[in-house]
Write a protein that binds this ligand. Sequence first.
Ligand code: HEM
Length: 438
Amino acid sequence: MDEFQVSNYEGIGISCFILIFVVTLVLVNFFQTLWNDLYLSPPGPWGFPIFGHLPLLGRNPAKTLLNISKTYGDVFKIRMGSWPTIVLNSREAIREALMDKGEVFSDRPAFYTGISYYNMKRIGCIIYQLCFGSARNYREDKNCLQFIENNRVFVETAGSGNPLDAMPWLRFVMPWKAIRFQKVIALYKTVFSSEVNEHVKSYDHNNHRDITDGLIFAAEQYGNSPELYNKITKEEILSSLSDFMAAGFETVLTTLEWIILYLLYHNDVQRRVQEEIYSVIGDRKPKLTDKGKLPFTEATILEVIRVANVVPMAIPHSTTTDTLLGNHKIKKGTVVFCNTYATAMDPKLWTNPEKFTPERFLDNDNQLNQQKADEVLTFGIGRRRCPGEFLAKMELFLFVVNIFQRFEIELCLEPDFEPIFGLTCNPVSYQIKVSERC
Ligand code: HEM
């Protein structure tokens, strides 16, 4: 063998070695990805092409997802149209995501509508007054009435979730859906913009009238230049206000409708609430400071908040980076549904979870059991926990006490407790007979 042949063989040997090395690397990577996908990423049922699992969710998606968790475990994956999604179905999984790893799990997906998971005039007026001040008569105020009307159209338009959120490409197929939605948003913006402009003109450092003044104050603290203040900050103020309005109106109203329904159906509970109201506050007007003195009434409201669970899958979250949840690998940008309905119906947390039992929130001295109350996840937990929880509970308390102190209410027909799944979970409409108490 001459020298040339030897170096030729060496060359082929090195090339083979590199080739085998590269092929091995590719195969290792391939099997590792397959292993990750099959074993490390959460398991989940098969879905349809394009639509993913949307067609499987049925009329009550929270219940369907709870049933799926019985096969696939507390954490499983689905696809909502174009979005890879994980669903968390136990308090432990929700806690780990939103509390222990809150930084990673607290983003919001960039859905087309932006507010996707979110009629009584009075509640609308209260939220409006909180945002824009209480000096005027809001029941006759043009802007407030327009806001309430917009809200009605918004709920009608978004219905039980907007398909454009799951499949944004649908806006080219169903442009009318997008246009109708954009029109409602534009109407909201017009109303809010005129209120914010008025507030900026009449703003007084020493007299904060409402939430808008608070937001203007916060904007000033950031030291924005007047130019930025008018552009960016105004947009931010508008966006915060619309979040507040959208999230605070329908939720409280729907919860109140459920409370009335449950109290009318469970006559014994209604009687006990009324007896507590008469014995503690009698005929006088109820005040917020009465809240701690009516533990059974508070327990009843909490029990409805638990069983009716008007936002059963909270607002979708999304992940900011690749991460682990338990042993499961979760990719950056994954949509996260926290199925709080599953936690409300968890027999490990609640005895007979489907049964309406206000007493579960009372301790041995018949006082409110705060520890038990904190186990209700209807308002979410962690960084994105509902900022309106305190306000919502105050409003509900005052509404319930006012209504049941003054009126005798009866159901006209046997009610239906199966919720209508929409922006919030609403009761089927029911008829009542109201008479003033003598
Ligand atoms: C019974 C009434 C209410 C219920 C059940 C409720 C429930 C919720 C839930 C589940 C979330 C999402 C939490 C999460 O993403 O983890 C949320 C967010 C929110 N809620 Fe409420 N809410 C109620 C009333 C209110 C009220 C009265 C307001 C304000 C006036 C309000 C303002 C908001 C806002 C602004 C957010 C978004 C927070 C964020 O994205 O960081 N909510 N609410």
